[in-house]
Write a protein that binds this ligand. Structure first.
Ligand SMILES: NC(=O)c1ccc[n+]([C@@H]2O[C@H](COP(=O)([O-])OP(=O)(O)OC[C@H]3O[C@@H](n4cnc5c(N)ncnc54)[C@H](O)[C@@H]3O)[C@@H](O)[C@H]2O)c1
Length: 281
């Protein structure tokens, strides 16, 4: 794999949750290419196994583990296995996350009558689905952090959370996902302070817009043409395009490198083609 620059992670163990997904599989590959032994954790074993096989074929060290980030006992079992098979965890990437269509409104703006119309308005947001989104993104970062950081408190370590543009300013239609990612940015700062005396740095990456499975329905029509939302996103991204997964690698390697970022903790780095800097005018 081609890296923007090389850092030395040999002897380190990196755990990546959501590693079967588009963005975090790329992160896992980058860490492995820098010499880390990578534990890929995901809900669906086939997905993480496929990525582990790719890393192994490329000469890296990787193991796939089935695990739900919301299942504490399951995460503890995975942590024990990782410890036995690869060693104690040095790096944790909290990548698992996502949205739920039932926690999303159909329209950007409420209009008179929507409350009674067929359209899914704010008033139709499904409470259970909203809770699910907060759980997956926030609790799904909290539990793996409790489980894996327990192995770091005596030896130091590195935690990277995955936030989003919607954490800085909410995006239309996705109130739960925006709130949950705002909680991730906030939690990143909290954890950074909390662990600052024991050598654990905690930072986050806030990806801008990347076309992935998770947001495919919002970005592309069934016939493959761009949705109106895609046009809006590209107009609001000064660089005028979606990012590609490999464009997160530079920020990731910088943050996990103790040589490059040894005094950096509690930051949320946007990788967004200028989206967060642009007022729209
Ligand atoms: N795609 C984007 O534009 C974008 C932008 C900002 C932030 N993000 C965030 O980046 C991260 C990766 O997203 P992605 O776009 O690669 O999405 P993705 O859907 O491709 O990957 C997410 C992965 O998380 C796994 N997962 C979901 N629930 C899980 C659970 N309970 N336990 C374990 N694994 C679980 C999924 O199986 C999937 O493999 C997410 O946190 C997402 O919120 C994505």
């Amino acid at each position: 794999m081609k890296l923007p620059f090389q850092i030395d992670l040999s002897g380190k163990v990196a755990v990546v949750t959501g590693a079967g997904g588009v963005l975090c599989s790329e992160m896992a590959k980058a860490l492995a290419a820098c010499g880390a032994k990578v534990a890929l954790v995901g809900r669906t074993l086939e997905n993480v196994q496929r990525v582990a096989d790719e890393i192994t074929a490329d000469g890296g060290v990787a193991r796939a583990y089935q695990g739900n980030v919301l299942d504490r006992a399951g995460m503890e079992a995975v942590a024990e296995q990782v410890k036995n098979e690869l060693g104690l965890t040095d790096i944790l990437i909290n990548g698992a996350g996502g949205n739920n269509p039932k926690a999303t409104t159909d329209k950007e703006y409420y209009e008179p009558g929507d409350i009674d119309a067929e359209t899914k308005s704010f008033f139709d947001l499904d409470t259970e689905s909203v809770k699910m989104v907060f759980d997956l993104n926030f609790t799904g970062t909290l539990i793996p952090t409790q489980v894996f950081a327990a192995q770091m408190v005596e030896r130091g370590g590195n935690i990277i959370n995955v936030s989003s543009m919607n954490a800085f300013t909410p995006l239309t239609k996705i109130p739960a996902y925006s709130g949950a990612k705002a909680a991730i940015s906030n939690f990143t700062q909290w954890l950074a302070v909390h662990f600052s005396r024991v050598g654990i740095r905690v930072n986050a990456i806030a990806p801008g817009f990347f076309s992935t499975k998770q947001n495919a329905k919002l970005l592309w029509n069934e016939d493959g043409t761009p949705t109106a939302r895609t046009a809006k996103i590209l107009a609001a991204t000064p660089m005028g395009r979606f990012g590609t997964a490999d464009e997160l690698t530079g920020a990731l390697l910088y943050l996990v490198s103790n040589e490059a970022a040894g005094f950096v903790t509690g930051v949320v780095i946007p990788v967004d083609g200028g989206f967060n800097a642009y007022s729209g005018v």
